[in-house]
Design a protein around this ligand. Structure first.
Ligand SMILES: C[S@@+](CC[C@H](N)C(=O)[O-])C[C@H]1O[C@@H](n2cnc3c(N)ncnc32)[C@H](O)[C@@H]1O
Length: 234
């Protein structure tokens, strides 16, 4: 009987260098759930200057362009993820290789920020919140999605297969109140919060990934966090 190898733990930048070629083709029910729930929200970015922090291979950028964002900048510290993004985002989108906590973008350059499945990889949220506050304009909206912080208690790890090994991506736990605190400290007010679980819509993706049992294990538990913050909206 062959044994399952222990995962190799890697920091995010190294891990995404390896995951980049497969990221868009790996069946991922969390991404599908997020896309389903953001469908009514993302159109609010129409006509806005948007920065996508931790844009990866450009999943959100493609949608933001489709709904008519005025300008889009994608920021990611993984050159490999950006190389895949460059192949699919429309002309005019600017891709910047930088840490999301030090983007070197102009101050007050955007009125929407998207940060999808990024925060778990950050060691502390203060620098992220401060950089978001620096680059966004008055009344700007920040849309954050992530694996729900409670998923840690279900034993979830961020893993993927690379060649013949399994890689676990290093994450840093945070709580929802810690996120609110960091964002409030930087001048943002919470205006939207959703803690969502999978629905039958995602069952087929678990099946495609060969793990329909996992769906049953987390059905009705919160797996996705969506939080929206607005800057100085009083
Ligand atoms: C799970 S992927 C999400 C990609 C994309 N937002 C999406 O939802 O498909 C996380 C991305 O965050 C990037 N990332 C992690 N830490 C980062 C940091 N400190 N600065 C910039 N990018 C970072 C990784 O390189 C990776 O592309």
């Amino acid at each position: 009987m062959s044994e399952c190898p222990a995962p190799t733990l890697l920091p995010a930048q190294q891990a995404y260098r390896l995951w980049a070629p497969e990221y868009d083709t790996s069946p991922n029910p969390l991404l599908s759930l997020e896309e389903r729930l953001l469908a009514p929200l993302l159109p609010l970015a129409g006509g806005c200057d948007v920065v996508d922090l931790g844009c990866g291979t450009g999943r959100s950028i493609v949608e933001l362009a489709r709904i008519g964002a005025r300008s889009i900048v994608g920021v990611d510290f993984s050159r490999e993820m950006l190389e895949y993004a460059a192949k699919k985002v429309p002309a005019g989108v600017r891709l910047v290789e930088a840490d999301c906590r030090d983007t070197r973008l102009q101050p007050q350059c955007c009125d929407w920020i998207v940060a999808s499945f990024l925060l778990s990889y950050l060691d502390g949220l203060t620098a992220f919140a401060e950089e978001a506050a620096r680059i966004c304009r008055q009344s700007a909206f920040v849309l954050i999605t992530d694996v729900h912080p409670a998923a840690r208690s279900y034993g979830w790890k961020r893993t993927f297969r690379s060649s013949r090994s399994v890689v676990e991506i290093q994450t840093h736990p945070y709580g929802i109140s810690g996120l609110h605190g960091a964002m409030q400290q930087a001048g943002f007010e919470l205006v939207y919060l959703k803690e969502a679980g999978f629905g039958p819509e995602e069952l087929t993706i678990f099946s495609r990934a060969g793990r329909p049992d996992l769906y049953g294990a987390v059905e009705n538990l919160p797996v996705l966090l969506i939080a929206g913050y607005q800057r100085d909206c009083a």
